[in-house]
Write a protein that binds this ligand. Structure first.
Ligand SMILES: *Cc1c(COP(=O)(O)O)cnc(C)c1O
Length: 237
């Protein structure tokens, strides 16, 4: 069967991940590819699902739910894993806790509390990553201080129905490989520190996008979130 362009792109990204992992002396199996499908239509998602893509990342709640419902109506679809990776408004927490398996962009305790209280009791605990704003860019979401990070971690550990898994970041874009690595290395160091300080086993580093995939894998990414390199350039919003 001939592959579509999206399927070819997906295959290329998977091959890159394998190659970078190998160069970094890592097991490629320890890196999970999240296809970031914001603004991408359900038929395009189906092309990747036909190529065994399971993990999808979405930024916009209503758009994501609409696609989930469209896909759910498709017969014999494998079970998919949905990751919410966008900024979280407090009035969206119930829907996010209901429709997603992972939330990567938690940066306030209030949001975590609301997610915990609205996670359906029949569902497994909601997997949580804390988003760090390492560059302290005021326009971006994310935790900006160590003390805020500790407050949120301590708060989340007391909440039911959540499973704290690790950290996420979106560093300032840079074309320089070493600069890219530096930000990711910081995230990894923070994860190690949290595990030591609190006796935790956080296992997730959600970092690396289309343009900085290699640096993220070299620094220990366990989830990479790739949109453009799979689905092509998104329309400007
Ligand atoms: C859009 C987005 C991505 C994917 O970015 P690409 O450059 O298209 O690979 C990854 N993570 C987050 C949080 C995003 O919003």
């Amino acid at each position: 069967m001939t592959r579509t362009l999206i399927q070819q792109n997906l295959s290329n990204v998977r091959e890159q991940i394998r190659q970078y992992a190998q160069e970094a002396g890592r097991n490629p199996q320890d890196i999970t590819l999240i296809a970031v499908s914001k603004t991408v239509s359900s038929p395009a998602l189906l092309e990747t699902i036909a190529s065994e893509q399971i993990h999808f990342g979405e930024n916009y709640l209503q758009e994501a739910i609409t696609k989930q419902q469209t896909l759910a109506a498709t017969h014999s679809l494998p079970s998919l894993t949905w990751h919410f990776i966008g900024p979280i408004q407090r009035n969206k927490t119930t829907a996010i806790a209901t429709h997603f398996d992972w939330v990567h962009s938690v940066d306030r305790l209030l949001i975590a509390e609301r997610l915990a209280h609205s996670r359906p009791l029949t569902a497994p605990p909601l997997n949580i990553c804390l988003q760090l704003n390492l560059d302290d860019e005021s326009t971006k979401s994310g935790i900006t201080s160590l003390s805020a990070l500790h407050t949120i971690v301590e708060g989340i550990l007391r909440l039911p129905h959540l499973q704290l898994r690790g950290l996420m970041c979106i560093p300032k874009p840079s074309d320089d490989f070493e600069t890219q690595r530096l930000g990711f290395r910081q995230l990894k160091t923070l994860l190690t520190q949290l595990n030591q300080q609190y006796g935790l086993h956080l296992d997730t580093l959600s970092m690396g996008m289309s343009h900085d995939l290699k640096a993220a894998i070299f620094e220990g990414a366990t989830f990479v979130r790739v949109g453009t390199a799979i689905f092509g350039k998104r329309p400007a919003l």
